[in-house]
Every structure is written in C-alpha cells, then in structure tokens.
Design a protein around this ligand. Structure first.
Ligand SMILES: [Fe+2]
Ligand SMILES: [Fe+2]
Length: 243
C-alpha cells in the first residue's frame, strides 16, 4: 500500500513546526512505551534490517543542528533539535524491540556512513534534500513492517514511527519549498528532477540491502521501489514543482 506523504504546509512557518514538535514531545512524554516485556519474534532478515535502520535513526544530528543554527532562524533551529530527538527516540524503540527479540544493536553500517557523508556535502539545503530521501523511504519501509511484520510489538513500534515520519516528510518538504522559494522555477524543477533520480537510486540500494526483510513482509523489491517512486513524485511536486 502506498500512502501519500502529508501535504507540505507552505503557509506554515518555523513557529508552526516548533509547536508541532513540542506537541509531539508532550504527547510522547505522556504515552507509555510499548510493552517490550512481552517479547518479539523477529525473522532473522527483519532483525538484521532493523539493526541497520537503528544506526541510521541514532545520529546526533550535530551537522544538521549546526546548519540550522547558522540559518539564523531560532525557531527552526529549535524545531530541528526536537526533530533529532524524535529520530533518536526511533533508534531507542528499535533497540528495545531488538532486545525484546533477543537481538543486539550494531555500532555502524556502511550505508549510514555513505549517507551521512553525502548529506554534509553542500550545506543545509543539501542536507535536508538527502534527509528527505530517507524520510520518504522510511514511510514505505515502516509501512511494510507494520502491515507485514507479523509481530505485535513490531507492528506497534512501526506504527508509532510511521506517525512521526509522516510529519517529518511534511517538515522537510516545507523547508525545501521555503529554501528554494527564490530559486528560478526552471532551476528548481531541474533540482527536483535530480533529487528524484537520486532518490530512486537510494531506494534501489535499500530494496537490495533490505530485500530479505521486505520479502518477509510480503513486499517484493520491485514493488518497494515502485511505491517509493510514487511517494518521491508526490514529495517532489510539493517541494520543487510549485509555481
Ligand atoms: Fe525515524
Ligand atoms: Fe524521520
């Protein structure tokens, strides 16, 4: 199943997003964790896949925070800090789930190292563009786990992460739309087309690297890539192809 990313809210500004992340943090603080003690039965492929995603979710966001600070928008910088905390909460929940299934976390994975390196190449907009690829792919990945993972804890955790990722996609889309608002339309659309090609390449790598886990969830590689492509198109329309 493909679910469209939430509509990016161009009319909203940094204050809206800061409030959104603060509200989410408040709700999280009042919400009990999934009951990790019931244990989880994860297939070996899903456990290995989650170990890699856990590395990706666990970054400290230092470069992104630094770039957001340099933007001079204090509310955006504060929102980014809360966003990073939300991703770290995903990493924490995945680690708990892995432990509930008798699996360890891993310290590093090549795919994360490559991704972080590319993100840091060219400043805030590049960082957000690359991050947005991961956020959109996360929509399809956690949807697959939630719908096909066949474990109650895995489903519950994936749904919680998915709820956050929908907001993250809208947040990054808003930021790109704002960041490129003064870029000539032709250039902006060319950047969007480049982003789409890059995103498809990343989706193909993820489909290959996480293929066995996706297969355990009943999602073939081709379908995963096709569903990601539809999500990428929708995101690119909102972030780069506005008038
Ligand atoms: Fe996440
Ligand atoms: Fe996210």
């Amino acid at each position: 199943m493909t679910t469209s990313p939430a509509t990016t809210t161009a009319a909203h500004g940094s204050a809206y997003w800061l409030d959104d992340f603060q509200t989410a943090a408040d709700v999280r603080a009042r919400t009990a964790d999934p009951d990790w003690f019931v244990g989880a039965r994860l297939t070996p492929a899903i456990a290995a896949s989650l170990q890699r995603f856990q590395v990706g979710e666990s970054g400290d966001g230092a470069t992104l925070i630094g770039a957001a600070d340099a933007s001079g928008d204090a509310e955006y910088a504060a929102a980014i800090r809360l966003f990073v905390a939300e991703e770290q909460n995903h990493a924490r929940m995945i680690a708990e789930l892995l432990a509930a299934g008798g699996h360890r976390t891993i310290a590093a994975h090549w795919s994360d190292a490559v991704f972080v390196h590319v993100r840091r190449l060219l400043g805030l907009r590049t960082e957000v563009m690359v991050l947005a690829v991961a956020e959109v792919i996360a929509l399809r990945y956690y949807r697959a786990l939630a719908d096909g993972g066949r474990d109650r804890l895995l489903t519950e955790m994936s749904r919680r992460i998915l709820d956050d990722e929908f907001r993250h996609v809208a947040f990054q889309g808003w930021r790109l739309r704002t960041g490129f608002s003064r870029t000539p339309r032709v250039l902006r659309r060319a950047i969007g087309a480049g982003w789409y090609v890059f995103a498809l390449a990343v989706a193909a790598v993820v489909a290959s690297d996480h293929g066995p886990a996706l297969a355990d969830c009943g999602v073939g590689r081709g379908r995963f890539i096709a569903d990601c492509a539809a999500l990428f198109r929708s995101f690119a329309d909102q972030a780069f192809r506005h008038p």
